[in-house]
Design a protein around this ligand. Structure first.
Ligand code: HEM
Length: 527
């Protein structure tokens, strides 16, 4: 313990000296320079101005979504196999090839809607974003804890987020605004049935699943492509909270999940997740009653088994929240050789959005920050300068050449690993159209029927609590949707709101939706 009585400048004090960022020693950190002890203050006081103006800039814009989060580090260990098949049949991505191969990674868990200091016990999807630092460069797998999403086209993302975020006038999160939007968005029913069940409030970050949600592609060394969905399964098990559990937790602590993760890693109780994938041939699959590129759908596991490809272990905490958690930047466009995009209409929009927001939120040189650097690969670009340039990333032999092509010592293009085209041929006319197989209710109903009784009771209670704060036409439309999802759900939520099936029988389907024969059958039973 330092003896405070002996503190202060003096011959016996060995502690390092405080400086400003120019390296000048700070002789007095308690008093500004003033004309006489009572002022006025002088403006040439570099030390004070540097300190206060740096403080004025301590915050960067918080993420527009997923503002609150926690980051940790660890590694991924591959199995080398997909079930009993060598994984190379499906992907040539190096990190998956050999059994036991380890790749460094960082992960950021998050909530979505609340601000940077908001409650971690909110009913909200949880972000599950993993950055693999592979030798071929970084791969980001930016997922959520729920397997599906509210919408299937990126053009609707600002709307769904505006509806879920606080009211622009009152700055309160308003159920009426949320369900106004959802009642006009039938594809959201599957997500809502998940989000308002106990799964909508994970107990903490360690006891939750993760899902890539969007459909990606794998490419093998013959250029053959498969559609892929990713799933993370926690070895710690899955635990959730009811609304009452969550209220009790957040009464004491808004950051319980960050603390739980940090504490577990500090005591050596390293959390682990298995990574499993589902695979489909790269085609439209007309035999399915959903589109494999639709992120409001899951792929039935009996037809497309989820098979393990590796395990993630988290074994290190961040040393500084701002540098490593606030500034870490993930994106769906960050893929390595052997992994690719699909034509999922959400994924393409996401892929633009992430690096666009990061150039604004963190700055144009965000990829030079240590947490974002492709630290296990060689980064050599002709990109130069811009705010906060930290170094020249890997010039060629001749530092004068920051362009390509050049015969005077610049960088050259890489050679394609094995091919330069891949995947099926696609033709079509430019258009704006819904995908053909929307089938908005069936999987939501299946999910409801899989729930245990207490989960159904919790789901109904949560819907009734929220919808009782909404206007009647919104309540009616939601009951109408729920009756199409599953009789029990529609009847019970309706009962809680005083709305019988015959009260909603007059409602016409929305112009923005297509009904299946089964949906029409259900509708005909309403009135
Ligand atoms: C964060 C856009 C859908 C998962 C973000 C951010 C943006 C964004 C702008 C903030 C990034 C930053 O500031 O660094 C979008 C758009 C979407 C979409 C435009 C739809 C078109 C999704 C979906 C998922 C998801 C479907 C889940 C699969 C995440 C996660 C983060 C995030 C986990 C936080 C990453 C972190 O921890 O830094 N998204 N998003 N997003 N998004 Fe999305």
């Amino acid at each position: 313990m330092t003896d405070v009585s002996s503190m202060g400048p003096g011959p016996g004090d060995e502690r390092p000296v405080l400086t400003n960022r120019q390296g000048h020693p700070v002789y007095d950190n308690q008093n500004q320079r003033t004309v006489g002890p009572r002022g006025p203050a002088t403006l040439e006081n570099y030390q004070f101005l540097e300190k206060i103006s740096h403080f004025d800039r301590e915050r960067i814009p918080e993420r527009v979504v997923h503002a609150r989060g926690a980051t940790a580090y660890g590694y991924f260990e591959a199995t080398g196999y997909l079930g009993d098949e060598p994984i190379s049949r499906y992907t040539r991505a190096k990190l998956f090839q050999e059994a036991g191969k380890r790749t460094d990674l960082a992960i950021r868990f998050s909530t979505v809607i609340g601000g940077r200091d908001s409650s971690e016990a909110a009913r909200d999807p949880r972000g599950f974003a993993v950055k693999f630092y592979t030798e071929d460069g970084n791969w980001d797998l930016v997922g959520n804890n729920l397997a599906v999403f509210f919408i299937r086209d990126a053009i609707k993302f600002p709307d769904v987020i505006h509806a879920l975020k606080p009211d622009p006038v009152t700055f309160r999160q308003e159920p009426n605004r949320i369900f106004d939007f959802m009642s006009q968005t039938p594809e959201a029913m599957h997500m809502l049935v998940n989000l308002f069940s106990p799964r909508g409030i994970p107990a903490d970050y360690r006891h939750q699943q993760g899902f890539g949600v969007n459909t990606y592609k794998w490419v093998n060394d013959r250029g053959e492509t498969h559609l892929v969905k990713y799933h993370w399964m926690p070895k710690q098990g899955v635990r959730s909270m009811t609304a009452a559990d969550a209220a009790a937790v957040q009464a004491n602590d808004l950051g319980h999940a960050t603390k739980d993760l940090r504490d577990a890693i500090d005591r050596g109780d390293y959390p682990e997740w298995d990574l499993l994938v589902q695979i489909m041939t790269d085609e439209e699959h007309p035999e399915l009653d959903f589109d494999p590129l639709d992120d409001t759908k899951v792929w039935p596991e009996n037809e497309f088994p989820a098979r393990k490809v590796g395990t993630m272990v988290l074994n290190r905490n961040v040393q500084n929240n701002f540098a490593e958690n606030e500034q870490i930047s993930f994106g769906t466009g960050v893929l390595v050789d052997g992994l690719d995009f699909s034509d999922d209409k959400m994924l393409v929009g996401r892929t633009f959005s992430y690096s666009d927001t990061q150039r604004y939120r963190v700055g144009p040189n965000y990829l030079q920050l240590p947490v974002n650097q492709a630290k296990n690969a060689n980064v050599r670009t002709n990109q130069r300068d811009g705010q906060m340039t930290y170094f020249v990333d890997g010039a060629g032999e001749n530092p004068h050449v920051n362009y390509e092509p050049s015969i005077t010592g610049g960088l050259r293009e890489a050679q394609y690993p094995s091919h330069d085209d891949q995947g099926p041929t696609i033709t079509g006319r430019l258009t704006r159209k819904r995908i053909p197989r929307t089938n908005d209710y069936k999987q939501a109903g299946q999910r409801f029927r899989l729930m245990e009784q207490w989960e159904r009771d919790d789901l109904v209670l949560n819907f009734v609590t929220m919808l009782s704060q909404c206007e009647r036409p919104i309540q009616e439309r939601m009951v109408w949707h729920f009756l199409l999802v599953e009789d029990e759900l529609g009847l019970r939520v309706g009962e809680g709101l005083g709305i019988a099936p015959e009260d909603v029988a007059h409602l016409e389907p929305l112009a923005s939706q297509d009904l299946t024969d089964e949906d029409r059958d259900r509708l005909s039973r309403l009135g």
